[in-house]
Design a protein around this ligand. Structure first.
Ligand SMILES: Cc1cc2nc3c(=O)[nH]c(=O)nc-3n(C[C@H](O)[C@H](O)[C@H](O)COP(=O)(O)OP(=O)(O)OC[C@H]3O[C@@H](n4cnc5c(N)ncnc54)[C@H](O)[C@@H]3O)c2cc1C
Length: 481
């Protein structure tokens, strides 16, 4: 049964509910969506305009979301949350981006990712449980701090970060180039190399860091779109945290990435790009159905060219939405409707096997949003080029989709390469040698070049063997203390 009235959505003058896959939502989820759409009209959307104009962090929008219990959307009901599932998370993010504020939708995506990372390992961690039970009452905003200044969009490779085991717990050093909500979040899930790091960058661990322990530079944030998102740098400079602030066991980083951080980020960010595409279609529909050309006695919407623009934009966006929601439903099925208790078994990683599918939904949604916003601008003509119609803001916000890590260049290569050469060929941490390329390059060298190279390599081997025998020299040479 659909509970949202047409009037609620047509307040925005956009597409009717005939084009929404409401059958995917439970009656409770539809009721929640109704309330959220109302909140978007009254609070989130007016704030979105101010956020964009003045680079304001959308904390007021988070306060509004907390009034519906949405900060604890995924938290089990016995811990005071809404106990909702993956499909619902995608719907909420899409709705916020479409009717409310895309910057808030992205900050909320990162919040949900951080909440999920905490829920994943909360079963035996009182600190995480306490945090998760207070999200709405305290308007406690979380986020994910992963990207490293030295490795760009390879956010799984934190070369500038590390952690040490000390008597009091852990000493955490995190340097991040981008962190949504940096300086505004109340808590961060950060990833570093593990305390026992020995040069293997796949050995990663996660930590919970509170807002007053991290240094941010929000005054430096100024971007083309998602301007309320405040994705600035973050520094955790040797902060000492107690043992329970490690999220999961030592070395849990890869499991956490593949099972939680990537699936949730890719699901919810795809929903964000779909919501932005729909928001642009809504705005454009409102304009083209009202604007008239007196000379020919027609509205802009009466031209077949314009109808074609909308037909294609709706069909492509519906494909991306169904693709995204289908992955949400798969995650629900894999986890007994998002039952976090199954992770009491730390080896239970049901979402991880489908990583290559999450890559694909993000690629499609991020590609589609840029195209759709562009076409909706064309459909509105010069009027769309002006700020007051809001379509240019949606277009700028949507541009973040392609460049946000994992970027669409990386994703399409992951999919193509793994399909052709196998998943092991992806080599995230630069560990396996491409013998084919190596031998091809060696073929180009003269005998003298090869001799010189061999001497250099032998010297390197001697040097590393000496360092292995005298580890104090190895410490000095890597600069790690
Ligand atoms: C709005 C926004 C919010 C963000 N929020 C967060 C956050 O909350 N937390 C967080 O951790 N990070 C966040 N990020 C960071 C993001 O995930 C990336 O790390 C960041 O966008 C990378 O930017 P860069 O300039 O270093 O790109 P680069 O990595 O330098 O990329 C430059 C170009 O090289 C291409 N490229 C890079 N590697 C490859 C490859 N292996 N194969 C093919 N092409 C490649 C890229 O696709 C791109 O075209 C955010 C980014 C944005 C834009």
């Amino acid at each position: 049964m659909t509970t949202t009235t047409q009037a609620d959505k047509t307040f925005f003058g956009g597409l009717s509910e005939d084009f929404d896959p409401q059958w995917l939502l439970t009656p409770q989820q539809q009721t929640l969506q109704d309330k959220l759409i109302d909140l978007c009209a009254k609070v989130l959307r007016p704030n979105a305009i101010a956020s964009d104009q003045n680079l304001i962090y959308p904390r007021k929008n988070f306060e509004a979301l907390a009034s519906l219990g949405l900060l604890g959307l995924l938290v089990p009901q016995e811990w005071g949350g809404l106990g909702e599932n993956h499909t619902c998370a995608a719907m909420i993010v899409e709705t916020i981006a479409r009717y409310g504020c895309p910057s808030t939708a992205m900050c909320y995506t990162m919040h949900l990712g951080a909440v999920a990372a905490a829920l994943f390992r909360a079963h035996d961690n009182i600190e995480l449980q306490t945090l998760l039970q207070d999200l709405d009452a305290k308007v406690s905003i979380g986020t994910l701090s992963y990207s490293d200044p030295e490795t760009g969009s390879h956010f799984w490779y934190p070369v500038s970060s590390r952690a040490e085991e000390i008597a009091a717990g852990w000493q955490v050093f995190k340097r991040a180039s981008w962190t949504t909500s940096a300086g505004f979040a109340d808590w961060y899930i950060v990833q570093t190399t593990s305390p026992n790091f020995d040069g293997d960058y796949s050995d990663l661990s996660c930590f919970l860091i509170y807002g007053d322990e991290a240094q941010a530079e929000p005054h430096k944030w100024d971007a083309m779109g998602l301007r309320g998102n405040q994705s600035g740098s973050l520094l955790v400079d040797g902060v000492v945290v107690p043992p329970q602030r490690m999220v999961g066991p030592i070395g849990d980083g890869v499991a956490s990435n593949d099972e939680i951080v990537d699936p949730f980020f890719l699901l919810c960010s795809s929903a964000c790009w779909n919501g932005i595409a729909l928001g642009a279609i809504d705005i454009a529909k409102k304009h083209v159905t009202r604007k008239k050309h007196v000379d020919v006695g027609m509205r802009v919407a009466d031209y077949p060219t314009i109808q074609d623009y909308f037909g294609e934009a709706i069909i492509d966006t519906s494909a991306c939405r169904m693709y995204t929601f289908s992955m949400g439903q798969l995650m629900d099925r894999l986890t007994n409707n998002c039952d976090w208790s199954l992770h009491a078994d730390t080896l239970a990683l049901p979402r991880s096997a489908y990583l290559h599918w999450y890559w694909q939904i993000k690629f499609s949604a991020a590609k589609n949003v840029a195209h759709v916003c562009d076409k909706m601008l064309h459909a509105c003509g010069g009027s769309g080029f002006k700020k007051d119609m809001e379509i240019e803001r949606y277009l700028r916000d949507g541009k973040a989709g392609w460049v946000m890590g994992p970027t669409n260049e990386i994703l399409r290569q992951f999919v193509g390469k793994s399909a052709l050469l196998g998943f092991e060929s992806l080599d995230y941490w630069n560990q396996s040698v491409n013998e084919r390329m190596l031998h091809n390059e060696l073929k180009k060298m003269t005998a003298e070049d090869k001799r010189k190279l061999a001497e250099i390599l032998l010297a390197e081997v001697d040097n590393s063997e000496t360092l292995l025998k005298r580890p104090e020299m190895a410490m000095a040479s890597t600069g790690r203390d």
